[in-house]
Design a protein around this ligand. Sequence first.
Ligand code: PFF
Length: 448
Amino acid sequence: MTDQRAQFGTRLGVIATTVGSAVGLGNIWRFPYEAGAHGGGAFLLIYIGFIFLIGVPVICAEFIMGRGTRRNIFGAFRALHSSRYWAWTGYMGILASILILSFYSVVAGWTMEYLAEALTGTLDAASAGGELHDAFDNFAAGPRSVMWTLIFLAINAVILFRGVRGGIERASNVLMPVLFIILIIFCINSLTMPEAAEGLRFLFRPDFTKVDSSMLIGALGQAFFSLSLGLGTLMTYSSYFSDSTPLVKSAVTTASLDTLVAILAGIIIFPAVFTYGCEPAAGPKLVFEVLPSIFHQMPGGPIWAILFFFLLFLASLTSTISMSEICIAFFCEQLGMSRRRATLLNTVIAMSLGTLCALSFGAFSGFTVCGLTIFNLFDYLSSNIMLPLGGMLISIFAGWIVDRRILRSQLAGTGRISTPLLRTITFCLRYVAPAAILLVFLSGLDII
Ligand code: PFF
């Protein structure tokens, strides 16, 4: 079975696909607005702490389980332990992947609308007329938002139909370098703005009076969301790694590049926000309302708008490909479906739920659960609860249940792993990551 499974062809393919999964709307759209809402520097510092203290060990755990078993998330738990209970972590991951795919595709659809508007000049005209706020609200509430969600999911399906090597790897190899180049051009542009220094101060100078439980939960949720961690994405991808892929190095590279992109996004956005007198804590609207007006004021603005929304679209696509793969691998391997049928089923479910999410800005805006619209509910349940909880369970499972010999042999791969490094990773998996996640959860309940 192991030999028949697809594998990524090259080391570049491994990095491009895992980083492609991690880098997405989470870095470029969500990170700046979360950092903006929580005061900038202190959020960034705590976020980076979570990425390396919790994120890297949990990525290693997913890699060990994925490559060690060469199965989907559900199959990996079953292969490593006979109890049915642990496999529920797999079900939770599959459910989280569907919820995220549904609301994420709506935002990805918005990027396509804005790209289309930037190409036709409508966006620049709306910026000139000061109509961005109403234009966004009208669009998000209307049928075009549903249409773009469905188109986005159809494009996602076409890439997935082509399989791991032909589709995902080839697409990522092309898309990821393009994305880095566009980001760097943007950074250079932002650093030449008049208020660049103030923007950078906001992003990099920590103000620890801003630290509270909501910031801790925000930073933890952002770390998991941004690393695509806790739901089996990296476990599924690592099941396609070759035996010689170095796991620790790949984990550190993925986390570092993902963090770099988030920081680059901050460097792009905050100087612009301060230069044009915008509000850093504008929330999720930051990208869709504020940036177009910034582009409008910049020399060559329409070109920047096209590049920016094209970039967001690419970044979203490599992420949704990875979250879909969790479900598709499960459908194929556990339910015996063909890849084509599994992709179709995943797409139909996401299109149905995605339509509900899109409509929650319009026709269904009055339908709420615990005060949250369907879109916000899916986001809250998956990002703030399921991913950190999944990460905690994966960490405990890898640290306490999985045989030490499997940890050692997987982390060593075809090379060697030093005993101190193995001990450090095991210690983090057993104690540090679970305790830190638990403490953040408890702080949110106001228990500590
Ligand atoms: N990490 C992606 C981002 O930052 O946009 C989002 C994501 C992808 C979450 C894949 C979960 C996932 F399985």
